[in-house]
Design a protein around this ligand. Sequence first.
Ligand code: NAP
Length: 483
Amino acid sequence: MVSRVIPVDPFDLVIFGGTGDLARRKILPGLFRRFINGQMEDTSRIIGAARSDYDDAAYRKFVGEALKEFVDGGDREKKQVAEFLKQIHYIQIDATGTGGWDDLSELLRDDVIRAFYFSVAPSLFGALAERLHAHSCAGPKCRIVVEKPFGRDLATAKELNQTLRDHFDESQIYRIDHYLGKETVQNLMAVRFANVLFEPLWNAQFIDHVQITVTETVGVDGRGDYYDKSGAMRDMVQNHLMQLLCLTAMEPPARFAPDAVRDEKLKVIRALDPIEPDDIVRGQYVSDKKGDDFLDQVEDKDSITESFIAMKLAVSNWRWAGVPFYLRTGKKMKARHSEIAIIFKEAPHAIFGQAAGRHQNILVIRLQPNEGMDMLVTIKEPGQGGMRLLDVPLDMSFAEALGEDGNAPDAYERLIMDVIRGDQTLFMRGDEVEAAWAWTDPLIEGWMSREEKPKTYEVGSTGPEEAAMLLHREGRRWRDIKP
Ligand code: NAP
């Protein structure tokens, strides 16, 4: 099944931080894949901008090497790489200085879309925004893309929003959360709002609880001191898990349009109850291997920053009254695994007797590995006497079901093309980010003021014992984390 690729209008995309890690690993390879896919016109240009002393030729070499490292060999035909590199340019620029800005202004064209990707530390956003205006690079039709972290609390997020709004209209600001660019996450909306099958059941009457899991096997290696100022709550929950929660719990928007969707997501965040300390478990990993504990990898040996967090949330509205949402995320866990699991209630009356056991339908939206969905359906166990029941998955792997199209664009490529198209649906609005911080801040302040030490968990495990108890005490259990 091959769908038609619609090219986007010609553009000039300036990547501030074009020599950085994110540009090398994600942005440039993503743009290359969109190029070979036919989505990028050959009049479009990508302009790297940073302080490093490169010219076009040296930057093209840098980009060529990034493609070698981060794009599959099969996708990298020499001729295509050479064609792509012709569209690459470089401007040496200092976000906080004056050099390079006039060159950039001269290079940009008036008759194409202009997008500026701020792939630099947030402390430089203000300087960039100011200079873009001062040097007439920004116009009413230009867009800016900003990366996480979007603040570290409500006050800093507000400040950052204000800095950007001093220079750009909200309709020009694209706050990226790459989780929203994942095909499965968008499919969650398709499943809910394009099928009659699920939406009637999507409420407290039929859903027992929801589990959202995002686990990693990597630790904080090399970024310990940066991570120590953040922790799992700021790094993962306030943004990524919160966005997944919003898409799962939101009301159907009247139409699939940026503000219609974002209004509904915002209502979910505002409906979240404050959480009791008993409903949060924070953890730090420990290991038998010398030097491999979380505390070995940060400077502050008394750090109480969490590398794991699990929590029980309540969305206090008519649809979700009484349905717990359990969230967990952690580093150095048993497997790299991300999913949203909707666990339905048991059938209201068991006609098959005790031997049939207890069964619940589960809809699993898998983000990784192997993006797709599973629906666990209860059937009769084959060949057994009597009526013994079994839960089997109706499995839909996108790669298998959709063939070539199942190899959907990586989240970054998809989102960058949305920026060019001017579609903000999958980007966070300023008020959403602020609402998420307003909910997060008191929780963090709470454990900081209580000087609460995280529980420990073994590297390669499923997290602290106490996280399991969070569900056990209510007769539930976490789903397994599988590689
Ligand atoms: P990085 O590797 O440290 O790169 C920073 C980039 O900024 C470099 O290209 C650097 O180039 C440029 N830069 C620094 N100071 C500058 C200045 N005064 N003027 C112009 N350019 C300047 O950082 P990164 O990992 O790419 O991250 C970039 C942003 O994305 C950060 O906000 C980060 O939090 C966010 N982010 C990154 C990832 C990731 O996977 N890497 C994931 C999510 C979010 P020169 O030294 O040549 O100037």
